[in-house]
Design a protein. Structure first.
Length: 349
């Protein structure tokens, strides 16, 4: 039979337990909030450090008003540049080693991703004649490249992201590596142009240096296959970034971004894109620009197939809501948009 004293002792222990539990819970909430604030401050600092607005270009000439990523469809041009000391190329006069264009549809939360072959023979407005597209950056920097891509697809470029090799390596390493398919055995150059990257064929986890070698190689196939590998790597990075396990690694990611990336996106605009990852990996349709090799002038060019180019342009315009057919985008987004879409990705695969 319990005495009143025993009941009182039991009640006191319960109250003590409740107080300790409450204090621990509050401590965890405070720590999580403080860490969240810390990450936000780190992110804001990184974004401010990476921010580089192009002079005299607030918006694309093809836009009447500036887009809002939280509500509008937007396009992002991704430029991979080699600004290594060995090549004696600064960020402003280097050729683009990789060039990818992404369009994002806000309603369907889908992405179209186009890899543009570096030797594509295109009109470059900055110099007034046709040349390899990777020469645009060497001749006129980021702005010249943006204008060239806008001319090529007849769509506005709303934002750009320019990364060097170090950013590529550090972002992937911060994510703990990415899973990618190596198509064949290769001994490739590292970021210092030394043949130190030895890869065997097959699906595997690659670190940043290995992923860079995979993204750059084209010795055993061609620039089109190289572009497809780059699209696969972008998809793998997005998959890791969208996964829960990557949350604690954002600090390392931000450091890489801060030091080795430039963009005209503000911190607020960057945060607007988080909605594309809220429900996991978004659907990504990859598109390929068909063409043929040309050596008729003694210089190698990749001549684009005009019909295929028009088709890709049409897909991008529709995805951005710039063509009449874009009203049917929601129903069409679950289907392949054109013969030049090579693969679709989603979080269900």
């Amino acid at each position: 039979m319990k005495t009143r004293q025993n009941k009182k002792k039991g009640s006191s222990k319960f109250r003590l337990f409740l107080k300790v539990t409450t204090l621990l819970t509050l401590s965890l909430v405070i720590c999580a909030t403080a860490y969240g604030v810390y990450l936000t401050k780190q992110a804001e600092h990184a974004a401010n450090n990476a921010f580089e607005e192009i002079e005299d270009r607030k918006i694309s000439e093809q836009r009447e008003v500036k887009v809002e990523p939280a509500t509008d469809n937007v396009s992002i041009l991704i430029l991979g540049v080699d600004d290594s000391e060995k090549r004696d190329q600064g960020a402003d006069n280097s050729r683009t080693d990789a060039l990818l264009l992404a369009t994002l549809n806000n309603k369907s939360k889908t992405v179209k991703l186009v890899s543009i072959p570096r030797d594509s023979y295109v009109y470059i407005p900055h110099i007034g004649y046709r040349d390899k597209i990777n020469h645009a950056h060497a001749r006129g920097g980021t702005l010249a490249t943006i204008e060239t891509v806008e001319e090529l697809f007849d769509i506005p470029i709303d934002y750009y992201v320019r990364l060097n090799f170090n950013a590529f390596i550090e972002i992937i390493d911060a994510l703990g590596g990415i899973e990618a398919e190596v198509p064949y055995a290769m001994l490739e150059m590292d970021e210092f142009d030394r043949k130190t990257i030895n890869l065997e064929p097959g699906l595997q986890t690659l670190n940043g240096r290995e992923a860079l070698a995979l993204a750059r190689t084209r010795k055993q196939d061609n620039d089109i296959e190289r572009g497809k590998r780059q699209q696969e790597i972008i998809k793998a990075i997005a998959t890791e970034a969208a996964s829960f396990k990557s949350i604690t690694k954002y600090d390392d990611l931000l450091s890489a971004v801060s030091d080795n990336m430039k963009t005209d996106m503000s911190f607020t605009e960057m945060k607007s894109f988080f909605s594309y990852l809220t429900n996991g990996m978004p659907r990504i349709d990859t598109l390929t620009l068909e063409g043929y090799d040309d050596m008729s002038t003694g210089i190698y060019y990749y001549k684009l197939n005009e019909e295929a180019l028009d088709e890709v342009s049409h897909v991008l315009q529709s995805h951005l809501g710039l063509s009449p057919e874009s009203t049917n985008l929601s129903s069409a987004s679950s289907q392949t948009d054109s013969a030049y879409t090579t693969k679709s990705y989603s979080d269900t695969e």
